[in-house]
Design a binder for this molecule. Sequence first.
Ligand SMILES: [Zn+2]
Length: 593
Amino acid sequence: MRLLGWLGLLFGLTASLIVPATALDREAFTIARYDLEARLEPEQQRLGARGKITLRNDSGQSQRVVALQISSSLNWRSIRVDGKPVQYVSQPYMSDIDHTGALSEAIVTLPAEIKPKDSVEVEIGYEGVIPLDGTRLTRIGVPEEIAKHSSWDQISPSFTAVRGAGYVAWYPITTESADFSEGNSLFEVVDRWKKREQDASMKLSLSTEPGTHDRNLLLLCNGIGSNVDTREGSTHDHYARCGYERFGLATPTFAMANYHDQSKPPFYLFSFPGHEAGGATYSNALEPATKFVSEWFGPPSAPVAIVDFADPNSAPFESGTLLMASMAAQDSKLAGINVVHELVHSALPSSKPWVYEGLAHFAEAMYREQQGGRQAALDLLGLHRAAFLDSEKEVSAALQKNGKPKVVEQKIVEQKVIGQPLAGTFDETYYRSKAAYVWWMLRDMIGDDAMKQAIRKYRAEHNNNKDNDRDPKYVEQLIEAAAKRDLSWFFDDWVYQDRGLPDFHVQSVHPWKTENGVQIVTVTLENLGNAGAEVPFTIICEGGEITKRIEVRAKGTATTRVELPGTASKIVVNDGSVPESDLTNNVFRVPAL
Ligand SMILES: [Zn+2]
C-alpha cells in the first residue's frame, strides 16, 4: 500500500513536470551554438561530453520548458543555467531519429521564461556508450546482417565512426518523434532539424588516450580546421578539434582507427592496413581528377578527407568535406568519381544544398562522360532517377487532380507534404539526384563554355565574400548572363517550384519531299507534364540517324522540320538526359509514305 502510494506520488509528480499546462513544443527551441568537449574511451565504447549550448526560442510563444534529447544509450549527468543546477526529468522518448530507436530526453524547466527570439545558455554534461545498434531498422523487419551495413555507427577499439543528428544523437537535439515505419516521417523530422540548424555553429574538441598499442591511432572530425595529432609512440592524448561556423548541410561526424595515412594535403586519405591497394586507387585518381575539376570549378583548395571502413560492406556516407567509403576493393571508376566529387566541394563552397551537392554529382557524370562517353554519364545519372521519381509522380498526380498548374512553395495535399522546390530543399534525393539532372540539362542547353563561365563567376564572387547566393535568382542570373538566353521558365519549373516531371511523346510526324527530292520530316512533340524542358530526339532513317534538340514547355507542343538523308523509320524522344515521369511512350514508328 505504502509503496503504491509512493509510486503514485512519484508518477504524479513526474507526469506534472512532463506535461505542463500547455502541451510541450519540442521544436520550439533551436540550438544555435554548441561548445562541446568529448572524451572517447574505445575499450569501454564510452563517450563522455560536457560543454555549453545556446538555446534560442524560435516559436511564437514564451517558453519555460525545453526537451533536450541525446541517444538512449547516453545519460544526462548535469544540466545547469548560470552555474546553478536546473530542475529536469529524464525519460526515454521513442524516436527513429537515433540508431537505437529511442532518445534520452531531459525535460528541463528553465529558471525563467524565454521570450520568442531570446536565447539562454545551458551547461550540460552527459555520458554513456555508443555500441553498434541497428534497432531502428531491425524492428521494422530489416535483417540484422543488412542493418549493420547501413547502421554502422559505433565506438569500439578497432573502429570508431559516429555520425550526428539523423544517425546518432551524440550531441543534444530538440525534435518531435520520428517513425521509420510511417512513410516519410523520419526523413521529414531530420530534414526539418537540418533546416532549423543550418545556421547553427559548433566548436568541438575530441580526445582519447591511445594507449601504447595504438601508436598510429588517428582521430578526426569533419568540420573545417580539424587538427589531427598522430605523434607516434607516446601515450599522450590524441585529439581532434573541429569548428563548424555554420552547419549548412554538414552532419557533425567523428572517426577513429589505426589508419594508414596516404594523404597529400589538402587531400586526406586514410585506409585500413590491408586496404593499401584500394587506397592507392584513390591516390592514383587524384591527379587526373584534380586536372578535370580545376578546369571546370577552379583549383581545389579546402581540405577534404576520404576515410576507409573496417567493414567493406558498409554503406558510404558523405557530409561536407568528409567521405567515408570502403577501400577494400580496387574500383578505379568508383574511386575516380568519388575523388572528383570531394574535389568539387574543395573548389566550390556554397550555402545552397542544390548547388553544393548538385554540382558535385553533376561533375561525377561529366567525368564519366570524359572517360566513357555520353552514355556512360547518362547511365550514372540514371542511377539517381529512381531516388526522386516516385515523389515526383505524386506531384504530377496531385497537379493533375487539382487541375491548376500554379504551385505554392510547398504543396500540402490531404495533409501530406509532397514535392520540394529544389532551391530550398534539405531533402537529399532532391538536392543530390534531381539537382544533378538539373545541372546536366542546363549544360546541355547552354554548352560547356557558358557553363564554365557561370561557375567561375559564382566561385569568384563567393571567394570575395559576396554571398550573392542569398538572392533566390542569383544562379539563374549568372547562367542567363553567360548563355545570353532567357531561362526563367526552366528555373520556374525545376528550381523555384516543384512541378513534377515532363512526359514527352511524338504527337505527329509528316514526312514529305521537296521539289528537289530532299526528304524532310515535320515532327511535333507534346509534353504532357507540368515541367518544361529542352529534350533531344533522334530520327533513325536510311543511311543513319540525326539527333536534334527542341524546347517543349509544360503542357505544350513544339514543332520542327528536319532534313534527312533517307526515309525515316523511327523517332526516339529523350536519350535519358531529361528525367521523365513516363518513358514508355517515347518511341514512335514512322508509317511508310
Ligand atoms: Zn557531396
